[in-house]
Write a protein that binds this ligand. Structure first.
Ligand SMILES: [Zn+2]
Length: 64
């Protein structure tokens, strides 16, 4: 963990659900699916809210 000091203390909490920034519902889980359009190399994964289905983020997957 050298050379990567976190500016805040990290606390693992499994009992607190994050809130969707779009619909303000609790996110007990998020949905993930591969998109049909590749962006660059690898598979693009999209994460989205199960309540309003708005996109929370993207990730590059290297799974083929
Ligand atoms: Zn939402």
């Amino acid at each position: 963990m050298a050379n990567s000091p976190a500016p805040w203390a990290l606390i693992d909490r499994e009992d607190v659900a994050p809130i969707c920034p779009h619909c303000d519902n609790d996110l007990e889980h998020v949905l993930r699916r591969g998109t049909g359009f590749p962006l660059g190399q690898g598979r693009t994964l999209v994460y989205f809210c199960p309540h309003c289905r708005k996109v929370l983020g993207f990730a590059q997957g290297r799974v083929f």
